[in-house]
Design a protein around this ligand. Sequence first.
Ligand code: FES
Length: 68
Amino acid sequence: MSASCCRMTRCECHEAPFSEVLDYAERTGIEDFDRLCALVGCGQTCTACHGDLKEYLEENLATAGVAA
Ligand code: FES
């Protein structure tokens, strides 16, 4: 079983898909993680999505390095 099978794909608390955060980051150029979460409206409650969302953004953003 690969680790990727158990990753979250959205912020459950705010029903925000990680792809929505990625789209926002790509459109705006904002890569600061906390700022992205605040602006998109995710990751503000239990924070369980933070680890997987950071990995997702790091793997998918064209420019490397999302500031944690
Ligand atoms: S799952 Fe993202 S804040 Fe709870």
